[in-house]
Write a protein that binds this ligand. Structure first.
Ligand code: A3P
Length: 339
């Protein structure tokens, strides 16, 4: 069944399609493989690392998804604040639909309200019917730019990209994946995790290639791709919410600003508010096999200072200079390197 669906309508000769033409077993066995952070193998597919299920879902998504001009696609690097971005965009889009006390964000996890293509819609060879969803449709993904369906790249739909400084992203990723590791494997050491991150081996990594793909598109087509940083959201959420709403085509009116709508949204989606909701304290799993409570840890900029050694920071800085130098993409890290 799986391969029947994957082999449907091979219509071009791109590397992605050639791989689809083979059985899933052959595809995976032909790819570079590394033991992943949670114990599951990661495969390197067209330059990016991903679990088998994710690759299969990405292929299916690329083949079957048809973007509409009105769609809004959220793209994040893992652990950059995806949950927060989903909450913020859902709240912006639906602000006239619900009174705040009845907002679905109070009872549902943001991942249930804004589905991932690769972890929900196209996982396990599902072919979802998305045609009847109300407009604008709001979706999310961690998929790197080169893997996106052409209809997303070429239509007038909008992409909102969020990333985060690599030091905090790494620390957050390390904590998160350790919570999902089976007990018999024991925890992954910080040193081993750092080595993997530095080699680019993370889900949908390398971190720098993932970010650069969207950064470059944002430079070329700023009306198509909005590039946000976690640190900037933290620094001035009101300004960033206005920017986001305007980009999404639903700017706040003067009356809404005066009536405190922006403040309400930022409060509703804040770390403290979301984390303390029953649905987000629970062991329910709104994405994949990760419990909702593991999505909320500290929610700060600069927690890296409690984990990374000076040589690690220097190594990471050097790597970012090598990979991102000259691109214009830089990150705030807040605390200084500890002595
Ligand atoms: P930390 O591990 O540093 O605390 P993602 O949603 O992409 O998985 O990212 C998870 C990171 O975002 C975690 O960072 C988590 O605590 C933080 N986070 C979750 N909700 C947040 C919110 N509403 N505001 C700010 N940060 C949030």
């Amino acid at each position: 069944m799986a391969n029947t669906q994957i082999n449907q309508s091979l219509d071009d000769d791109s590397p992605m399609e050639k791989i689809e033409n083979e059985s899933q077993g052959l595809l995976l066995s032909s790819l570079p493989i590394e033991k992943g952070w949670t114990g599951l193998p990661l495969y390197q597919y067209q330059g990016f690392w991903c679990h088998a299920k994710g690759i299969q879902a990405a292929i299916s998504f690329r083949k079957h998804f048809h973007a509409l001009d009105s769609d809004i696609i959220l793209v994040t690097t893992p652990k950059s604040g995806t949950t927060w971005l989903k909450a913020l965009t859902f709240a912006i889009l639906n602000r006239r639909r619900y009174i705040f006390s009845q907002n679905p964000l109070l009872t549902d996890n943001p991942h249930d309200l804004v589905p991932f293509f690769e972890f929900k819609l196209y996982t396990d060879n599902q072919l979802p019917n998305l045609a009847d969803l109300p407009s604008p449709r709001l979706f999310a993904t961690h998929i790197p730019y080169p893997w996106l369906p052409d209809s997303i790249k070429n239509s007038n739909c909008k992409i909102v990209h969020l990333c985060r400084n690599p030091r905090d992203t790494f620390v957050s990723y390390w904590h998160f994946t350790n919570k999902a590791r089976p007990e018999f494997l024991g925890p992954l050491s910080l040193e081993k995790g750092f080595e993997m991150f530095s080699k680019g081996i993370t889900g949908f990594g390398p971190f720098w290639d993932h970010a650069l793909g969207y950064w470059n598109e944002n430079l070329e087509r700023p009306q198509k791709v909005l590039f946000l940083k976690y640190e900037e959201l933290k620094e001035d959420i009101t300004y960033q919410l206005k920017r986001l709403a305007k980009f999404m085509g639903c700017p706040f009116s003067i009356e809404e600003e005066r009536d405190g709508v922006i403040d309400e949204i930022s409060r509703l989606c804040s770390f403290d508010c979301l984390r303390n909701l029953d649905v987000n304290k629970s062991s329910a799993k709104s994405i994949s096999y990760f419990e909702n409570q593991t999505l909320f840890r500290k929610g700060e900029v600069g927690d890296w200072v409690n984990y990374l050694t000076t040589p690690m920071v220097e190594r990471l800085d050097q790597l970012m200079e090598e990979k991102l130098g000259g691109s214009g993409l830089t990150f705030e890290v807040y605390p200084q390197l500890r002595k």
